[in-house]
Design a binder for this molecule. Sequence first.
Ligand code: X5A
Ligand code: ZN
Length: 655
Amino acid sequence: MGTALVYHEDMTATRLLWDDPECEIERPERLTAALDRLRQRGLEQRCLRLSAREASKEELGLVHSPEYVSLVRKTQVLGEEELQALSGQFDAIYFHPSTFHCARLAAGAGLQLVDAVLTGAVQNGLALVRPPGHHSQRAAANGFCVFNNVAIAAAYAKQKHGLHRILIVDWDVHHGQGIQYLFEDDPSVLYFSWHRYEHGRFWPFLRESDADAVGRGQGLGFTVNLPWNQVGMGNADYVAAFLHLLLPLAFEFDPELVLVSAGFDSAIGDPEGQMQATPECFAHLTHLLQVLAGGRVCAMLEGGYHLESLAESVCMTVQTLLGDPAPPLSGLMVPCQSALESIQSARAAQAPYWKSLQLQGQCGQVLGCRIPPQAPCSGYDSELSLDVTPVPTSPSTHSPEGRPPPLLPGGPMCKAAVPAPAPSSLLDQPCLCPAPSVRTTVALTAPDITLVLPPDVIQQEGSALREETEAWARPHESLAREEALTALGKLLYLLDGMLDGQVNSGIAATPASAAAATLDVAIQRGLSHGAQRLLCVALGQLDRPPDLAHDGRTLWLNIGGKEAAALSMFHVSTPLPVDSTPQLAGILARVLRGEAPPSLGPSSVASPEDVQALMYLRGQLEPQWKMLQVRLIAEAWLCPGARLCRRGRWGGQGK
Ligand code: X5A
Ligand code: ZN
């Protein structure tokens, strides 16, 4: 559906005219560096280019007082000394004769982007703007911000487009207190901000930036602050914040539109933020937001003062908005203690207002862990994932009692605990993984599934060689039938295309009776063809479990399996309800192509049994999978609910 890029060259006009070390970092080159890099990468050319318009007086009046707007208007005719004097009345602000024009363009760019997305002209987009907006308040400029671009866009989306639920994600490294103040009591705008805080010792030094500021009146629970109390937060910390705090609330909120206060001073190398997240992290953050609001994501530039880091991060964001797959993240995926403390305190502060947090917080960790916590592995970044949806047929022959002892990996995939590389070296090696030329292919044999696919998907014609297919099939009785063999040939061909980098993703079908054996072959073929790590997700029950090598190279996840069990950290099943209709193939194909998944609608609450199953599994897996950790280890021993949990439905297995 397309990505808009809203820009106007005039926004490079405003600049600092006098000496001010605090403000000098907000310079015109920020925009030109970002735009040049987008062009260089061929990304700008793939976007719908929109020229920014000025926001009108009425539009600015959606969040600013008329007096303040006319004050800013008057700066157009002031001399340098008067500009400097007026600037001094605000915190971290400079005015320039072009400020009013630029700030109106910045706000107008956001409105154009919202119009483009909400009229369906594009799916999403980015507004590259100066000055930034998120610190600006009803009657005050602040922190380089003159008009509050994102807040104006939110108010406009409500007023002009009649929206009822807007999520604002502020990933700038500073607290967008301006946005917070403007929507503090408004339950139709959920404002999430993480920010460098250092227990209140970082600009703008506000008590109300802490996690316990959660909104007021009707807006209680609709302000979400995640204060970082240390510098150096990295990819794992940011992703953990999204997974454990923002996304549960966002799914429950079910926004109609996502606005991003996209500041990149939270990226590595930035002098303000002093954080460690690499540009690729912004691809992942963007991707995680694209599952919301039918993919309607409008990002607007805020901060970002390291030109190289800014340019790369902007490219990562736009590339992901365009639907390209996110590049792998560098570094160990282990959130630091301070990040976990912050996430935990924000979850605790929000818990009274959000069901999704209450469920997860019902019970502490389950004590007693069947999996010895010796594996040092914590990040599992699979290179290939297989997703199977078996049609439930024959009853399972797998006995829960006859489990093999958990085998733990020495781990070819276990990353050594290497110290994080220096910022410069990380930035010196931009991840240039070329996107495969084919996005998604479909290798289907069953005509009934073909019917539910989007009409324009590429149908794979090719098949692996007959002899090769037969050789792979030979050990498996269920693959002897012609139908299963034909399907296997197509799947092998698809797999090779993916592993050789020609195809990004695909769907293959196989007869239900051959599902488990086909999967065995697919796993072995994947691993022998050079995949280092493989993620296998099965929905519903297979007639038998896969034949896994237990060498830590395959992560097996069965959703809708028979019971909640972690046979090892690489072999997990959970009995969540799944309904696998033929429609699933169509939805899968669309999502694999990069389309937004349909919204889940107002939160459906999980059943107590499902919650308990997940809690149990989390307790089992948390020692090994560090990204699962949401609370501090010591807390488990204090949780009075923990013992009750062990006597629950899966209590007996927790030995
Ligand atoms: C938009 C933004 C930062 C202001 C810092 C003042 N403002 N020390 O990043
Ligand atoms: Zn900032």
